[in-house]
Design a protein around this ligand. Structure first.
Ligand code: PHE
Length: 455
């Protein structure tokens, strides 16, 4: 459609795949996946998660790339171009709003990783003897308003720095260096973890499914995790797809990205659970899981301080490449739709997100005003609202719009031209029209029932 000769494209196919994988791979894989898996009983959750990734995630990711490249626009511009003045443009606006909200709490956890890199260097997180001292260290850290806001600011500034330099020189160049490094560090950690005595129990928790654990809440958690981890439902992949040059292959790229993302989550699980069980700790620690466990592991092993710095650097890198994609959605919208210069867009909206994130930064004991009701904090509210509601709803609407309203015949030519895989195109068309939206719809009803009627 609107072929725009001035639009910047990715410098290479590898650059695009790495950047999109960098968006997908983040705290969702390394911080969220282990604790959500731990709280949902282990291996059965992993299995259902992987199935959802394949039947929901992969088709919707392809749909987002198709929309992005077809329109060469940010999510709002894309829906405006395809749907005109119809209410469908709300899908685009909702995506930009999700980007704001997600980055505002994401940056807090991103900030924790910076804090823990510094604590690892100073030695304070690598001289802990048991999990209770690790817990109190984490609690004291997250209850300190000055540190919370400072590290949140540092994380936002890091994202802003990368996004200012634009697509090729900023996002793409950094991802090319950072992604391979991430894999290297993960393998070192797995080696370490598997060598611990009793590691086997963690492996069996993570790999031997117990299907009696499956219930509505469990399925919903798996769906939310799939959307969150693959950066779907809010237009991040529409935005990255809009920089995709017309001769790149969407099906192949999406497949690589989904495999990479899932691999990193599984590797993170393999690095964490054997250690959790070897240290006789509970996998159900919630948000603090990796922060309660990892420091104790490192405190009790040779070169612990070094490994701790490596681990938290890895987490920071992963969070940064995702945070960058969240900020890029908003930046692309402001540049494309409001005509702003990139630098101005980043500075202004980066600051707005920083301010929006302050209540989340104070949600861990720094201010009682952030406890909304029960145990739910401002941070939890934004996390739950986006992960469980906005992303699945966005993904559902994207699938329905493309599959039923806009018409696949206008866009299917965006997919890999190779005639041998024509059946793959048809398979995708079938999934995006029937399987993915219907499944999200059913799970969504279950979610509403669970949250509203079930309580
Ligand atoms: N996928 C990222 C992660 O796993 C988070 C994210 C969600 C990024 C939505 C962009 C959009 O950490």
């Amino acid at each position: 459609m609107a072929f725009n000769s001035r639009r910047e494209y990715w410098g290479s196919k590898l650059g695009f795949v790495l950047a999109a994988a960098g968006s997908a791979v983040g705290l969702g894989n390394i911080w969220k996946f282990p604790y959500v898996t731990g709280s949902n009983g282990g291996a059965a959750f992993v299995l259902i998660y992987v199935i959802f990734v394949l039947i929901l995630g992969l088709p919707i990711m392809i749909a987002e790339f198709v929309i992005g490249r077809h329109t060469e626009k940010d999510p709002v511009g894309a829906f405006k171009l395809m749907a005109g003045r119809s209410p469908w443009t709300i899908v685009g606006y909702m995506g930009v709003l999700s980007g704001f909200l997600i980055l505002s709490f994401y940056s807090i956890v991103g900030g924790w990783t910076i804090g823990y890199i510094i604590k690892s260097i100073s030695g304070s997180v690598t001289s802990l003897q048991d999990s209770s001292s690790a817990k109190s260290l984490f609690a004291a850290f997250t209850a300190d308003p000055v540190q919370m806001i400072l590290y949140h600011a540092l994380f936002m500034l890091s994202c802003m720095f990368i996004v200012v330099y634009g697509i090729k020189n900023g996002i793409e160049r950094w991802n090319k260096i950072l992604m391979p490094l991430l894999f290297g560090i993960l393998f070192v950690l797995i080696g370490r973890s598997l060598m611990m005595e009793g590691a086997w129990h963690g492996l069996s928790f993570f790999l031997k499914p117990d299907f009696s654990k499956i219930n509505a809440e469990f399925l919903i958690a798996a769906m939310g995790q799939a959307f969150f981890s693959l950066s779907l439902g809010m237009g991040a992949m529409i935005t990255y797809g809009s920089y995709l040059s017309p001769n790149e292959k969407i099906l192949t790229s999406a497949f690589y990205i989904v495999v990479l993302d899932t691999l990193v989550a599984i590797l993170a699980g393999l690095a964490i659970f054997p250690a959790v069980f070897a240290m006789n700790m509970s996998p159900q620690e919630g948000v603090g899981l990796i922060f309660h466990i990892i420091p104790v592991i490192f405190s009790n092993m040779p070169y612990g301080a070094f490994f701790s710095v490596l681990f938290f650097t890895l987490l920071f890198i992963a969070a940064l490449t995702s945070g960058v994609s969240l900020l890029e959605v908003i930046t692309a919208y402001v540049i494309d739709e409001m005509g702003w210069a990139r630098r101005r867009a980043v500075v202004v909206f980066g600051t707005v997100i920083f301010i929006l994130g302050i209540p989340s930064a104070l949600s861990f004991g720094a201010s009682d005003a952030m406890k909304l009701w029960g145990n739910l904090t401002f941070f939890d509210l934004i996390d739950k609202l986006t992960t469980n509601y906005m992303l699945p709803l966005g993904g559902f609407l994207i699938a329905v719009y493309l599959g039923w309203k806009y018409g696949l015949e206008k866009t299917i030519h965006e997919l890999d031209p190779d005639t041998r895989i024509i059946s793959l195109k048809e398979l995708w068309a079938f999934f995006i029209k029937f399987i993915s939206p219907v499944l999200v719809f059913i799970l969504f009803l279950m979610l509403l029932r669970n949250d509203i009627i079930g309580q």
